[in-house]
Design a protein around this ligand. Structure first.
Ligand code: GDP
Ligand code: ZN
Length: 305
């Protein structure tokens, strides 16, 4: 009785913006369409919870009565995931381009090792990091720039912003356009204030997105919010578990290029820069050529703490 005309139907590519029970919301050229999965995929979906996730690119066909049918899920460029039930991988979102790490100058105070930690996570996940230092209205800009100097010379894109005065918002808006971005950062740094100041009409129901907050658990689903000039904001539930993931050497040296450069001068190739003799990194700290706070932050992350 079912009449299929798959061969003739017109297909469009869209982006999954939300997963509802039994249906998938897809953004097709700016319009949200509730879709079902093609039978074959649907059976698979019952076995694999992460078959289709927020951020997935999908091919959608339309039935004569306007319903959307997901025909195909495209390969993922990257994914945010965490161990789920019985340690099966639970994918939270796919194809995120960049992570906006938000820190504040005061309230809560700026903590560079927390920023380093977020940076390392971003690298581990294959996401481009951008640092937004919010609440710059609360401190002399020269003081802030001094804190950021080592990060700046490591090549990290940094935006000095204030949701209160509007400073930096234009720059931040430009960086978000056309990209899929996730915001991360400690609670209270101003993530929702920044998003609300940038996109007053967006109506994001903010969830706990902090990677640093321990002991909190949210079960709400992820969602992508289309931005007015293209791109999306990803609102993902507490992905704190990702913090447990181990970073590898390579990620660490990307976050600390100045330490990587010095390490070439250590006596031992596998020097950990903790106790070995003739360590060029420790020597640089002693000569005040390497910021001791950077060095401590490096050691902490190297040891997974
Ligand atoms: P979130 O938890 O990261 O989403 O932080 P919120 O957006 O809820 O902001 C936390 C607090 O910081 C609120 O009381 C805001 O009014 C305040 N806040 C946010 N941005 C700024 C800013 O640029 N300057 C100042 N002085 N306060 C801010
Ligand atoms: Zn060394």
């Amino acid at each position: 009785m079912a009449i299929h005309s798959e061969s003739q139907s017109v297909t469009t590519t869209g982006v999954v913006t939300a997963i509802q029970s039994g249906s998938v919301e897809v953004n097709l050229n700016g319009t949200a369409l509730s879709c079902v999965l093609r039978g074959k995929l649907k059976r698979e979906w019952q076995m694999v919870t992460s078959l289709v996730v927020v951020g997935d690119r999908v091919t959608v066909s339309r039935t004569p009565d306007g319903l959307g049918v997901i025909e195909e899920i495209h390969p993922r460029r990257n994914k945010l995931s965490r161990p789920g039930f019985k340690n099966y991988e639970h994918v939270i979102a796919a194809n995120i381009d960049q992570v906006i790490i938000v820190a504040s100058v005061h309230q809560p105070p700026f903590k560079r090792n927390l920023v380093d930690r977020f940076l390392l996570l971003a690298r581990t996940l294959g996401l481009e990091p951008i640092l937004v230092v919010n609440k710059v209205d609360l401190e002399d800009e020269r003081v802030i720039r001094a804190w950021l100097a080592p990060l700046e010379s490591a090549g990290l894109p940094i935006v000095l912003a204030s949701a209160a005065t509007g400073q930096g918002l234009e720059d931040l808006g430009r960086l978000l356009t056309g990209k899929v971005s996730a915001f991360a950062g400690q609670s209270g740094v101003g993530k929702s204030s920044l998003v609300n100041a940038l996109f007053p009409g967006l109506q994001i129901k903010t969830q706990e997105t902090s990677w640093a907050n321990k002991g909190r658990h949210t079960t709400t689903g992820s969602r992508l919010y289309p931005l007015p000039d293209g791109g999306y904001l990803a609102d993902t539930p507490g992905i704190k578990d990702l913090a447990l993931w181990e970073a590898d050497e390579e990620d660490l040296s990307e976050v600390f290029p100045e330490i990587e450069a010095l390490a070439g001068g250590c006596k031992f190739r596998d020097c950990t820069h903790v106790h070995e003799p003739k360590c060029a990194v420790r020597a640089a700290v002693e000569r005040h050529e390497l910021d001791p706070a950077r060095y401590r932050s490096y050691l902490r992350l190297q040891q997974g703490r």
